[in-house]
Design a protein around this ligand. Structure first.
Ligand SMILES: [Fe+2]
Length: 308
């Protein structure tokens, strides 16, 4: 009852839709929340974060660049109700990934180009998940098991690239809204439990990651979750005309102005926190000196942001 994401609840959806569209169009500065201290957001700062995240499923945080440290980040995310990381049951220092471009060897390039695709509990050096190449639209953890989906992530910039590296961001609820406006059949097709499959990753006869089969859109505890990758390779879509049409419609969204894409290049001291919205990244040019090269910290959570 009263589920806007239920295709049979047209009136509930209409109300939700009107509320959602009331917040848009918006610009990136509408998402901005300066924090005095990353590790201890004040009640007023928490309230500002709540407003942004309730409305857009994301916020842009701004802190003193020197304050971006692992422990402070974990305190911050705990204050947002984020506890269970994708990598561990409880957030600890090892859950914080350092994202920096590496120089991939040719054999690694394809996997690296997949974005952050392969790791459960990887550390830098296990393989090469990150390069300076563009990353296509996706939500995080689309290759995870259906019961181990990523509900939220945060991404903080310690050092920016010499040039490029901006992110594109689309509130996944807005993507849902535009697709449902076009045709509820798109939503039905993308909600099918076998809509999108990611084959297992097997290396030398060893399964490093099991296959992931599940819907693009699902409703979890009343909240809309999206599982998606725009990649053409190493993904497999359900082979029906409806799925094909829905996928094409989703593809078209990425060049539509009325989906309200935010484009932003994080500067040192800035971070994004989101309920796993759709995102992509432009390629970038980096400093040759690794000590000056682009460096971001990222944590992924199974939880969504909860702020009272
Ligand atoms: Fe990502």
């Amino acid at each position: 009852m009263d589920d806007p994401f239920d295709l049979s609840e047209e009136r509930t959806y209409s109300r939700w839709r009107a509320r959602k569209l009331g917040a848009y169009p918006s610009e990136i500065n509408d998402l901005r929340v300066p924090l005095r201290r990353l590790d201890r957001p004040s009640p007023a700062e928490r309230a500002a974060l709540k407003t942004r995240i309730d409305t857009f499923n994301m916020a842009l945080v701004e802190v003193d660049p020197d304050g971006i440290e692992t422990e402070a980040l974990l305190s911050f995310t705990r204050a947002l109700g984020l506890r269970r990381t994708d990598a561990n049951l409880f957030a600890d220092a090892s859950a914080v990934s350092r994202i920096a471009a590496t120089r991939p060897d040719p054999d690694e390039q394809d996997r690296a180009g997949a974005g952050h695709s392969l790791h459960g509990r990887a550390t830098v050096g296990d393989f090469i998940p990150y390069t300076d190449k563009p990353l296509s639209w996706h939500t995080d953890g689309y290759y995870n098991a259906p019961d181990h989906q990523v509900g939220a992530w945060c991404l903080f910039c310690v050092r920016d690239a010499r040039e490029g590296g901006e992110n594109g961001l689309i509130d996944h609820e807005m993507a849902y809204l535009r697709l449902r406006d076009e045709s509820p059949q798109h939503i039905a097709a993308l909600s099918h439990p076998r809509a999108l499959s990611i084959p297992a990753h097997v290396q030398d006869g060893r399964t490093l990651r099991a296959a992931s089969v599940g819907p693009v859109f699902s409703v979890r505890n009343g909240q809309l979750h999206m599982r998606y990758s725009a990649r053409a390779r190493h993904v497999s879509w359900r082979n029906t005309p409806d799925t094909y049409a829905a996928r094409a419609a989703l593809d078209r969204l990425f060049s539509r102005p009325d989906v309200f894409t935010f484009r932003y290049r994080l500067r040192p001291g800035e971070g994004l926190v989101s309920n796993n919205v759709l995102h992509c990244r432009a390629g970038f040019g980096d400093d040759e000196d690794p000590a000056k090269a682009r460096l971001l910290y990222r944590i992924r959570f199974l939880d969504r942001v909860v702020l009272d």
